[in-house]
Design a binder for this molecule. Structure first.
Ligand SMILES: C[S@@+](CC[C@H](N)C(=O)[O-])C[C@H]1O[C@@H](n2cnc3c(N)ncnc32)[C@H](O)[C@@H]1O
Length: 444
């Protein structure tokens, strides 16, 4: 570890420093956050090697091994997430009908948590980096995202276009990542005071944009996975100075510890998590906007497409209320579509499928989005059959002809097309497992 980094930590942590130094030799904490609408706690516990419940999130557990090939991970019933990273959404306190903006969203751990708490609300997930935005989309599809859109670009564009529209804004800012140094050698190599200063300037800019998107009365949560005071308490102090109508709010949680005393902000109203508190490291501050306007999301005027309904009747019991066609692709959701004029929107709602040579080809996302009961035809696979399917193989299976949703323990994870005796596989190539890796519930 960088000597200057350690010296700074010693200065900040004082008597807590020896415990912090010891923690640098320990393995990273691992965790998962499950989707309570897709799986019950009892089912998860019975089939997954879990350690104790997370201290930071009601739907989280500590784990001690990687569970990327666990069937419930493939089916989007849980997301692998460093435990303290889930704390920001606990503090965001999303309500079922909220409009939520997750401004720095990839790879999608916090957006997944938010989605699992929304009902008739709406999530806008934004990501600056194009490649990371595509990973985010794949993760959100896996986690059954429905009432959402994914935008890509500078935070300024989306925040100005959707000014004063959000009840909740999450700024999980790009940072110097000191809490991730154990995991990424790159974070250690890149550590420098200059990088911390550059990150702090970028955070100021992003927070100023986030402020615009927030409604009067709405809450913003700012979080980082770094320990540097310049990117945390000092960023908050200068933000509060620039925006006197923003007020710090008590996070009302029992985990973590108070912040570092800093002029211009209340260190009792922020949460810091260090490895001594059983997470790798997070800083979280909650604020409320006391002035300003309240606007509604701009709605796209789309005619409900009868053609789409006719097509979807073959697959779904209940068809979402809104449909939108762009070129040959059909999108559906239960929330009206948003009208964007400037923001680059990569996805809105569920991709139902595409017209290919005038025939409708359903999309993988359609068979990830709903619970089993909403598919006209589904088949229950065992672990060995799921393994075959995830390697791109066809499986023998006696069932009705046509498109069929695959399920594992009742949770949908993709689809195939049956000829009555065999199901021809439609798991997308990019999601299949490599020959040497296998679907496994793990030894426990
Ligand atoms: C800490 S990560 C977000 C992690 C995410 N919230 C999650 O829970 O999975 C910060 C994200 O901000 C993005 N980012 C980088 N530069 C940015 C900028 N100038 N404006 C907005 N976001 C940026 C990064 O690409 C990165 O995906």
């Amino acid at each position: 570890m960088n000597d200057l980094f350690l010296e700074r930590m010693k200065r900040e942590l004082k008597e807590d420093y020896p415990a912090f130094e010891r923690s640098l030799e320990q393995p990273m904490y691992k965790g998962l956050s499950y989707h309570p609408k897709k799986i019950t706690k009892e089912m998860l516990k019975a089939n997954t090697p879990l350690l104790e419940p997370s201290l930071f999130y009601a739907y989280g557990y500590y784990i001690d091994r990687s569970l990327g090939n666990h069937p419930y991970h493939i089916a989007g019933a849980f997301y692998l997430q460093e435990p303290s990273a889930s704390a920001a959404v606990t503090i965001l306190d999303v309500q079922p009908s909220n409009t939520v903006l997750d401004l720095c969203a990839a790879p999608g751990g916090k957006s997944s948590q938010i989605l699992s708490q929304l009902q008739d609300g709406f999530l806008v997930s934004n990501e600056y980096d194009g490649k990371r935005a595509r990973i985010l989309l794949s993760n959100l599809e896996r986690m059954s995202a429905q009432n959402f859109c994914l935008t890509q670009g500078d935070t300024k564009v989306v925040c100005e276009e959707l000014e004063s529209c959000f009840d909740r804004v999450l700024v999980d800012a790009p940072c110097s990542g000191e809490g991730m140094m154990k995991k990424h050698d790159a974070a250690q190599d890149n550590w420098s005071l200059e990088n911390i200063q550059q990150c702090a300037m970028r955070q100021d800019y992003i927070l100023d944009q986030a402020y615009k998107a927030l409604k009067k009365g709405g809450y913003m949560v700012y979080s980082t996975c770094t320990y540097a005071r310049e990117e945390n308490e000092e960023t908050i102090a200068s933000f509060l100075k620039r925006h006197p109508d923003m007020q710090q709010v008590d996070p009302e949680v029992s985990f973590g510890q108070r912040g570092f005393d800093t002029p211009g902000m209340d260190a009792d109203k922020v949460v810091r998590i260090f490895p001594m508190q059983k997470g790798e490291g997070h800083f979280i501050c909650k604020m409320q906007k006391m002035q300003g306007e309240v606007r509604k999301l701009p709605i796209k005027k789309v005619r409900k497409k009868d053609q789409c309904d006719d097509i979807l009747q073959e697959f779904l019991v209940n068809i979402p209320r809104y449909a939108y066609q762009q070129d040959d692709a059909f999108y559906i959701m239960d929330h009206p579509f948003i009208e964007f004029k400037k923001t680059h929107c990569l996805r809105q709602g569920i991709l139902a499928g595409n017209l290919v040579k005038k025939r409708f080809e359903p999309a993988h996302a359609l068979f990830m989005a709903f619970s089993k009961e909403n598919y006209k035809q589904s088949v229950e696979l065992d672990l060995a059959q799921m393994d075959e399917v995830m390697h791109g193989l066809q499986i023998p299976y006696e069932c009705k002809k046509g498109y069929t949703c695959y399920c594992i323990d009742g949770i949908p994870f993709g689809f195939g097309k049956s000829d009555g005796h065999r199901i021809n596989n439609r798991i997308p190539k990019g999601l299949r497992l490599l020959p040497k890796s296998h679907v496994t519930k793990g030894d426990f």
